[in-house]
Design a protein around this ligand. Structure first.
Ligand code: ATP
Length: 264
C-alpha cells in the first residue's frame, strides 16, 4: 500500500512581494512539514516579517503560492480565510495583552469571541492552558503586574487557547534578558512537545534558534538560500550562511566575556 503523502503545515512556492520599487521577496520557496519547528533567520530588514504576514493573509503575494495546512490561500473567500486563521496561533513582538483585563480574562478572550461555550467550559480551558505555562497563580493579575517572561507566557497562553495546529512566532525574545529568553525557549518547546503544533519562528537570537529548531532557514536577498536541519545548517558551505553565523558569533563575543561557540 502506498504511504500517505506527507502533509505540510506551510508551503511557499516562488513567492514574490514588492512595496513600490522595493522587491522584498524574490521567489521564496519554503516547506515546513507538519509537526516540525522551522526557525527563519535573516538580517534585519531581509523580509522575515513580510514572509510571515503572508501566512495569515495579512499580505498577499504579487506572485507565487502560499499554502497553510494544505490550503492555497489564493482560492479562499473570507469564511475560508477565517477557517485557516483558526488553525494559526500567532505570537508577534510585544505580545499585546489587554492591560485592563486579568490574565485569565485575556486568555479567555479568543474563546469568548470565537466559540460559543458555556462559562464553565471557558474557565476549564483557561485553567488548563494557564497550567501548561505555569501561570495558575497569576490568573487574577493584570499584565502590568507581570514580569517580562510571565507576559510572554501569558501571551502564549492566549495564542494557544484555541488549540491551533500551527504556531507563528515573530521575535518572541525581543526585549528580554537572557534569563527570560530561556523562558521563551521553554514556551516554544511547550508548543512543540505538549501541543504537537507545527511552528515557524522568527528570532534574531541564534542560540535560541538552535535550541528549538528542527530546521533552520536563511532568508537572504529575497530568497531562502539554505534550509536544513541544525547540524547541516551549522556546517553549510553557503557563503551567506557562514557570514550570517560568523557575524552573530562576533557580535555575541563582543557582548560577552565568554569565548563564542555555536550552541549544540
Ligand atoms: N507594509 C509595508 N509597506 C512598505 N514597506 C514595507 C511594509 N512592510 C515591510 N516593508 C519593508 O520590507 C522590508 C522587510 O521588512 P521586514 O519587517 O519583513 O524585515 P525583517 O526581516 O522582519 O526585519 P527585523 O528583523 O528588523 O524585524 C523592510 O525594508 C520594510 O521597510
Amino acid at each position: 500500500m502506498a504511504e500517505p503523502a506527507q502533509r505540510n503545515a506551510i508551503e511557499l512556492e516562488n513567492v514574490h512581494k514588492s512595496f513600490g520599487a522595493q522587491h522584498v521577496l524574490r521567489g521564496v520557496d519554503l516547506v515546513v512539514p507538519t509537526g516540525t519547528t522551522c526557525v527563519l533567520l535573516g538580517v534585519s530588514g531581509s523580509g522575515k516579517t513580510v514572509l510571515m504576514k503572508h501566512l495569515d493573509g495579512l499580505l498577499r503575494p504579487d506572485r507565487g503560492t502560499v499554502r497553510v495546512d494544505g490550503e492555497d490561500l489564493a482560492w479562499l473567500d473570507a469564511a475560508g480565510m477565517e477557517r485557516v486563521r483558526r488553525k494559526l496561533g500567532i505570537l508577534f513582538q510585544g505580545g499585546a495583552l489587554f492591560d485592563s483585563l486579568t490574565v485569565e480574562d485575556n486568555v479567555a478572550f479568543p474563546l469568548r469571541e470565537r466559540l460559543h461555550l458555556v462559562e464553565r467550559e471557558v474557565r476549564e480551558r483557561v485553567r488548563r492552558v494557564l497550567a501548561l505555562v505555569e501561570l495558575e497563580d497569576a490568573a487574577k493579575l493584570r499584565p502590568g503586574e507581570l514580569s517580562g517572561g510571565m507576559l510572554k507566557r501569558a501571551a502564549f497562553a492566549r495564542a494557544v487557547v484555541l488549540e491551533p495546529k500551527i504556531l507563528l512566532y515573530d521575535d518572541p525574545t525581543a526585549g528580554l534578558d537572557p534569563l527570560r529568553t530561556r523562558s521563551v525557549v521553554d514556551v516554544i518547546l511547550t508548543g512543540k512537545h505538549r501541543l504537537q503544533a507545527s511552528a515557524l519562528v522568527i528570532t534574531p537570537d541564534v542560540a535560541s534558534a538552535f535550541q528549538v529548531a528542527d530546521s533552520l532557514a536563511l532568508l537572504h536577498e529575497g530568497r531562502i538560500i539554505e534550509h536544513a536541519a541544525p547540524e547541516a545548517f551549522r556546517q553549510s558551505q553557503h557563503p551567506a550562511v557562514q557570514a550570517f553565523l560568523h557575524d552573530w558569533l562576533s557580535r555575541r563575543a563582543r557582548a560577552s566575556r565568554h569565548p563564542p561557540a555555536l550552541p549544540r
